[in-house]
Design a protein around this ligand. Structure first.
Ligand SMILES: *[C@@H]1O[C@H](CO)[C@@H](O)[C@H](O)[C@H]1NC(C)=O
Ligand SMILES: *[C@@H]1O[C@H](CO)[C@@H](O)[C@H](O)[C@H]1NC(C)=O
Ligand SMILES: *[C@@H]1O[C@H](CO)[C@@H](O)[C@H](O)[C@H]1NC(C)=O
Length: 538
């Protein structure tokens, strides 16, 4: 009787927790895409779905939160998401410039150089959105060992039409707000990868995460880490941890070929399966017109992509890609993204400059591009000097929907958002005069002569398609593109001057003090030489 009561008590304590705990699934996916130039784009994706969960309602932020029990979902991320009631979060840390012309588009559009963080969160909390945004970036900076604290108010904007939510937004009767910031000078390295791997349920012990060799990943021509949290109405909160790299097999191969295997790319192979993964897949694709053979062969092939189910694979698993024909003779269908964007800041002076952005349309369809420039207050725009020219002839009609938010010195950045119409086979050049600010000497970073990194601009191209039968015009949205980041040279004081003054003063003091000290402490005695001369006589 007693034990029955006890069991009932335990059950009554445990059951509510069991019924409210959402189920969790973990999926891992690895993809390889051979690029036209022989490089291999790899993408590791680790997705955990908290089935049936909803993000925290910000109006409950003042109250005690429900307890968090996760089996697979990373607890450190769960705590940050609930502490600041975030609905959606995207953090990327990338190094290198993504080459759209040679590498095309990626599955993950966030390829801008440096750190980029954006969140969607609902209003209605006791604390303001900006306080929660500050807390979020400090917490994430601590978690991923990166200087995300530098994404401060001087870099924060909310360009809501460019960074749309990628999942669903719950309806709490309060509007959702975007906060976005990027920092081009943030470097990504091993110390960011270690906390990242810690968030995975299998760590790097089994499954595809075994291949994450930092020596190879951070040696790649382009590499990046990403954390994406979205809420999907039908499944729940989903977190994807993504690692991408563009590797050059030629550099790693002993025989100097562009053929590759897991062992040649990562110096590792997959030793065992991650036992808790609901699905573990591998996909490999090659450019059209090239003939490659894979060992072992994929379980099925869809549209030129070989697919593998790693749950059925033989372990240890190593994939070998061999070229079946001489690749030097292969003909590529020349796919290029229809729009090419190049940005430069030129001008010889340290006080003024000219920003020029060139949009080249290489396709037969016109492109309508949404251009967003976020500039820290260091560089100020003269908007009245904005001009657009097509093939060298000025044409103001190419620009529309210009929105400009001026910068607040030492405060907020400036944003310019506009739409550019780029006709077929045409190069449209935007130019604008800018002024470079004169900083206080305390505002300069320790390596002041290096210059300041300016974040990449963002472009969303829309292909203008005309339906030949009904003459209706439709816009097809293409993935977001990032321009290169810029380095601006501001007027820098001669920081060696105080050093020279200090050295000169110290020398002078040492000289004076030395002489006086010498005079004061030296013992002057009269030495008679007469006796000596007598004694020296024979
Ligand atoms: C998610 O939960 C719903 C019910 O809550 C269930 O019907 C569905 O099968 C679950 N999905 C997965 C992938 O387990
Ligand atoms: C720009 O020049 C290219 C050829 O160099 C031409 O095909 C295109 O139509 C020109 N665009 C405009 C708007 O004149
Ligand atoms: C073009 O418009 C017609 C009629 O509106 C429609 O039936 C057809 O599907 C459209 N074609 C394309 C390619 O959108």
């Amino acid at each position: 009787m007693k034990s029955l009561c006890f069991t009932a008590l335990i059950l009554s304590l445990i059951t509510p927790a069991w019924t409210t705990t959402p189920t969790e699934q973990f999926y891992e996916e690895l993809s390889f895409r051979n690029l036209k130039d022989g490089r291999v784009a790899t993408r590791f994706s680790f997705k955990t779905v908290l089935n049936g969960s909803v993000p925290r309602d910000p109006s409950t932020l003042g109250q005690e939160d429900q307890s968090q029990h996760y089996r697979l979902f990373p607890l450190a991320m769960g705590q940050i998401l609930r502490e600041y009631a975030l609905t959606e979060l995207h953090l990327t840390l990338n190094a290198g410039n993504w080459d759209y012309d040679r590498w095309g588009y990626l599955d993950e559009p966030s390829v801008g150089t440096g750190a980029e963080l954006w969140t969607w969160m609902a209003d209605g909390a006791p604390s303001s959105i900006d306080e929660r945004w500050e807390g979020t970036r400090n917490a994430l900076g601590g978690l991923f060992c990166s200087s995300l604290g530098g994404l401060n108010d001087k870099r924060t904007t909310s360009p809501e039409s460019v960074f749309r939510p990628e999942g669903d937004l719950p309806d709490w009767g309060k509007p959702h707000r975007l906060r976005h910031a990027s920092l081009a000078s943030e470097n990504v390295c091993t110390e960011n990868l270690t906390p990242f791997i810690k968030l995975l349920p299998c760590k790097a012990l089994s499954g595809i995460a075994t291949l994450l060799n930092p020596h190879r990943l951070f040696d790649a021509d382009w590499h990046g880490l990403g954390v994406h949290v979205v809420w999907n109405e039908h499944t729940g909160v989903e977190i994807s941890l993504v690692i991408q790299a563009v590797l050059n097999p030629f550099r790693f191969s002993q025989e100097k070929t562009i053929e590759w295997s897991f062992n040649s790319l990562f110096k590792k192979q997959v030793e065992r399966q991650c036992p808790i993964a609901s699905a573990s897949t591998l996909s490999v694709s090659f450019p059209a017109g090239e003939s490659w053979s894979l060992e072992p062969q994929g379980s099925k092939s869809e549209g030129g992509v070989s697919l593998y189910d790693l749950a059925q694979a033989q372990y240890p698993f190593d994939l070998q890609a061999k070229a079946s024909t001489d690749l030097s003779t292969s003909v590529h269908e020349d796919f290029k993204p229809p729009l090419r964007v190049q940005r430069a800041l030129n001008g010889p002076s340290q006080a003024y400059g000219r920003l020029s952005v060139s949009f080249s349309n290489t396709g037969a369809a016109p492109v309508q591009a949404l251009y967003l420039e976020t500039m820290p207050w260091l560089v100020q725009f003269y908007l009245h000097t904005l001009t657009a020219s097509a093939n060298g002839t000025e044409n103001g009609e190419l620009l529309s929907h210009i929105q400009y938010t001026p910068a607040v010195p030492h405060g907020k950045p400036a944003t310019v958002q506009l739409e550019v119409h780029v006709p077929a086979y045409t190069e449209v050049l935007l130019t604008m005069e800018v002024a470079k600010s004169f900083l206080r000497y305390t505002d300069h970073p320790p390596d002041a002569q290096r210059g300041w990194d300016l974040p990449p601009a963002v472009v969303i191209p829309f292909l203008v398609e005309q339906n030949s039968s009904s003459n209706a015009i439709s816009l097809r949205k293409l993935p977001r593109m990032y321009t290169n980041s810029l380095l601006v040279d501001l007027a820098t004081p001669d920081f060696s001057m105080p050093y020279n003054v200090i050295i000169f003063t110290c020398s002078l003091i040492a000289f004076l003090f030395g002489s006086v000290f010498n005079m004061l402490t030296r013992n002057f005695v009269v030495v008679s030489l007469k006796d000596d001369s007598e004694t020296e006589k024979p």
